[in-house]
Design a protein around this ligand. Structure first.
Ligand SMILES: [Zn+2]
Length: 84
């Protein structure tokens, strides 16, 4: 399967290979008694779309400003393997 066929974000990077922090989703009960899920936005590899971990403040600022994301394929075990 090519990275394009895999689609964005559906490749699972084993936790042991992650170099970033990975904040899990958290269910909390809000002040109205409703259960809500808090998530931390995840950074996807710009080579294959695998989720690599929590987005950084700098990456979020770039996205909000409309700047192109920095290349993170060097963090991705799938892209590192295919580059060799
Ligand atoms: Zn990748």
């Amino acid at each position: 399967m090519s990275p394009v066929d895999a689609g964005r974000g559906d490749r699972r990077v084993p936790m042991a290979l992650l170099t970033r922090r990975w904040t899990p989703d958290e269910k909390v009960v809000d002040e109205e008694g409703k259960t809500v899920t808090r998530i931390r936005v995840k950074r996807a590899c710009n080579g294959c779309g695998a989720l690599l971990g929590d987005v950084t403040d700098q990456e979020m600022s770039r996205a909000i400003s409309g700047l192109a994301p920095l290349d993170v394929t060097n963090e991705c075990p799938f892209c590192q393997r295919s580059a060799k």
